[in-house]
Design a protein around this ligand. Structure first.
Ligand code: NAP
Length: 326
């Protein structure tokens, strides 16, 4: 059993603890919250564990792996602190909010070479994600249109004059950071790094992007990404292979996956667990328990490319966060 510590006590942490429990490979031992009562309420709803309001004490506890689901702007510094405390790290997307923060993490990893860090990009571990990747190995791609647009439950609060973290540049919020990253992950994992990339966002008055379109130029083909938190999209995502098309709802949430040729339509959808974090929780546990450095190296290299491209897209749109380097 991997002793699990949690940072952040919102519903997503509870969902991860449930996925971790279902894998049978983790035991919750430590919960960090800014408030004791919040930590205790989280523990009451999940599993028995020690509550901490001091980060230093939490990191000095005997947990072996830390799952971080705090506001985006805190991920890199909390991940670095966990690495320095010799904990493995599972950090919610986005791993970093500026590509320069990758260096801080790489420096920490160089000093703690036994530690592994995984970004919790849950869709990578959905079997349907791999179906597309496998199809691409033997078929010539000619383009793609990928979308993930969901009206955020917090947008109403934003419109009412509040500033939820996810709509704030102080916490590195916005559509690209929150949902766009799923699309950027899919594009980089499936097609590699583009030659050029540009992001055209609709900016909110708060200073983050409410929605937007990115174009990735791969030379021989284009990939268009449509992301947003202020509207609901029902458009399907597609990867093109000349006359044939693989169509699915979104790389962020596969509930359908079909291959459409001029002659026939074939269902390619693979069963995935009801808890969307189940597959990643099991994958991370396997990698950590068997010291699978190859899995770590592969996913770490992918994450670094993803965040280089995220940085390029953000720079092309002139989106600035409060914590950006000068
Ligand atoms: N993989 C997925 O499907 C998925 C889904 C949703 C969210 N996420 C990711 O999970 C992360 C958290 O998202 P969220 O919507 O839960 O964020 P959030 O509600 O803004 O904050 C998450 C937790 O961080 C702590 N926190 C809140 N404000 C803080 C502040 N000002 N300073 C320090 N800590 C603060 C709170 O825990 P305490 O009060 O206990 O300190 C809170 O429960 C994000 O990075 C997001 O991208 C992933």
């Amino acid at each position: 059993m991997l002793k699990l510590g949690i940072i952040g006590t919102n519903w997503i942490s509870r969902q991860f603890v449930e996925a971790a429990a279902a894998s049978g490979q983790y035991q919750l031992t430590a919960v960090y919250s800014r408030r004791e009562a919040t930590a205790q309420a989280f523990i009451a709803k999940t599993q028995p564990a020690a509550a901490y309001t001091s980060m230093a004490a939490f990191l000095a506890s005997d947990c072996e792996v830390v799952y971080i689901a705090s506001p985006n702007s805190l991920h890199a510094q909390q991940a670095a602190a966990a690495i320095q405390a010799d904990k493995h790290v599972l950090v919610e997307k986005p791993l970093v909010t500026h590509p320069q923060q990758l260096q801080v993490l790489n420096d920490a990893l160089a000093k703690h070479p036994q530690v592994m860090v995984f970004e919790a990009a849950r869709h990578l571990y959905d079997p349907n994600f791999q179906v597309v990747a496998d199809y691409l190995k033997t078929h010539q791609v000619t383009g793609a249109s990928l979308g993930y647009m969901k009206y955020s439950s917090r947008y109403d609060a934003y419109l009412a004059g509040k500033q939820p973290n996810i709509f704030s540049p102080q916490f590195a919020g916005g559509a690209l950071m929150d949902l766009g990253i799923y699309l950027v992950y899919a594009a980089v994992a499936w097609f590699g790094m583009p030659q050029k990339a540009v992001y055209l966002p609709q900016m909110l008055a708060s200073g983050v992007d409410g929605d937007g379109v990115a174009q990735l130029d791969y030379g021989a083909f284009d990939v268009v990404l449509r992301m947003g938190k202020t509207s609901n999209s029902t458009a399907q995502s597609e990867v093109y292979f000349g006359p044939d098309t693989i169509a699915f709802d979104s790389p962020g949430e596969f509930t359908a996956l079909r291959l459409q040729t001029p002659k026939q339509s074939t269902d390619l959808w693979q069963y995935h667990a009801a808890n969307p974090m189940a597959e990643e929780a099991a994958y991370f546990a396997q990698a950590l328990r068997h010291n699978n450095r190859a899995a770590f190296s592969q996913q770490w290299a992918l994450a670094q490319n993803v965040h280089a491209l995220m940085g390029e897209l953000r720079q092309s749109a002139g989106i600035h966060f409060d914590d950006d380097p000068e």
